[in-house]
Ligand binder design. Sequence first.
Ligand code: HEC
Length: 101
Amino acid sequence: MRFVLTACVAMILVFTTAVQADVDKGKSTYAARGCIGCHGAGGVSTVTTYPSLKGRNGDFIRKNLTDFRSGARKNPVMNAMAAGLKDADIENLADYINSLQ
Ligand code: HEC
């Protein structure tokens, strides 16, 4: 029993560390790809025509970036922005923005 408990705790620790790594990568991608220029530092936009991303959950970000990339959701700016994103970038961005709750 104690072994199972220890294994569970270890798995949770490994998982938490992995998520934190994605959050950090997502944060640098957010800056490097210029998202920060429109959606603002920490996902809080100061320009009314650009939506704030803070408060959006990871599933929302993942779905919408994938849809912008495929063209299922249309917006010339975001279609261009998402075109260059790899799956891993989208995952990391989703984890980062999700962490801004
Ligand atoms: C030049 C400005 C600009 C840049 C740079 C930009 N965006 Fe956007 N983004 C927009 C606009 C404008 C919209 C609203 C599109 C619409 O109305 O459909 C939007 C919408 C979004 C949405 C959907 C939000 C919602 O509430 O529906 C997400 C998610 C998003 N952007 C993520 C990103 C990410 C991640 C990056 C960086 C890779 C990025 N954006 C870069 C202008 C920008």
